[in-house]
Write a protein that binds this ligand. Structure first.
Ligand code: IPE
Ligand code: IPE
Ligand code: MG
Length: 245
């Protein structure tokens, strides 16, 4: 029985978030440049997206570039941006054929104009697709996102359109980039690192975490299936006792 057949289709995580990590170390291990690792990582993105579609996961969020990644060497940042543009162009057909709707979260205004244009184009072209929502986190930092939400609420209070009493978790969530998207049920991180790295801090309050020692370019759809299978064998208690579940 393959790992895919072991998955219970009625208990699928609705939203999977992934920290795609280890491109640079993987390339270095082969005696190649870090950028070769990023280029090879595109194949793993395809694997995971196809796997998510195959099995019927409606939301997939990929951490592609963090607000801290701007501090990397200029050449690497530039190469990552180029890769993003070329991948978006190449994948549009796949998105359309598979009903994938593209979204982007993060401080997108920091991205080069060329990228923003390509992103807007792809987002518009795929806006009516309903099978799977693929969200790219780009120039994304959860702390920035949270501070931004606080500022928006404060502005409304200052303008007199919102009272302090009206501020609750639901009102706060409305101001996050992810408003309207369910919280991730499962978060995957590759490369043997066990940290969150400023990803979806608010949204992951009750997310199940799954880690792999594989480097991102080595990831295949079976790894996604393994993570889903493992997720399905956990008990999510949300603070309750096992007997209450
Ligand atoms: C993940 O791989 C891709 C990005 C962060 C853009 P890394 O580039 O972080 O690879 P390592 O972690 O240095 O090996
Ligand atoms: C997290 O990976 C960001 C992305 C995968 C885009 P990093 O490689 O930047 O994280 P740290 O620096 O090891 O925490
Ligand atoms: Mg890394």
């Amino acid at each position: 029985m393959s790992i895919k057949d072991k998955i219970d289709r009625h208990k699928l995580p609705q939203h999977i978030a992934i920290i795609m990590d280890g491109n640079g170390r993987w390339a270095k291990g082969l005696g190649k440049l870090r950028i070769f690792g990023h280029q090879s990582g595109v194949g793993a993105v395809r694997e995971v997206l196809e796997g998510a579609i195959e099995i019927g996961v409606p939301y997939l969020t990929l951490y592609a570039f963090s607000s801290e990644n701007w501090n990397r060497p200029k050449l690497e940042v530039q190469a990552l941006m180029e890769l993003l543009i070329s991948s978006l162009s190449k994948e549009l057909k796949t998105f359309q054929q598979n009903g994938v709707q593209l979204k982007a979260i993060g401080n997108l205004s920091e991205l080069p104009e060329k990228i923003r244009k390509k992103l807007t184009e792809t987002i518009t072209a795929t806006k009516d697709n309903t099978k799977c929502t693929l969200t790219l986190a780009l120039s994304y930092g959860a702390r920035d996102e949270i501070v931004g939400a606080v500022k928006k609420l404060a502005t409304q209070v200052e303008a007199g359109t919102l009272s302090v009493d009206q501020i609750d978790a639901a009102a706060f969530e409305q101001q996050l980039y992810t408003a309207g998207t369910p919280d991730p049920d499962l978060m995957i991180r590759t490369s043997g690192e066990y940290r969150i790295s400023n990803f979806l801090l608010w949204q992951m309050a009750y997310t199940e975490l799954w880690f792999s020692d594989k480097m991102w370019p080595e990831i295949k759809r079976e790894d996604l299936f393994e993570a889903i299978f493992d997720y399905q064998n956990r008990e999510r208690r949300f603070g309750k006792t096992s007997e209450q579940i």
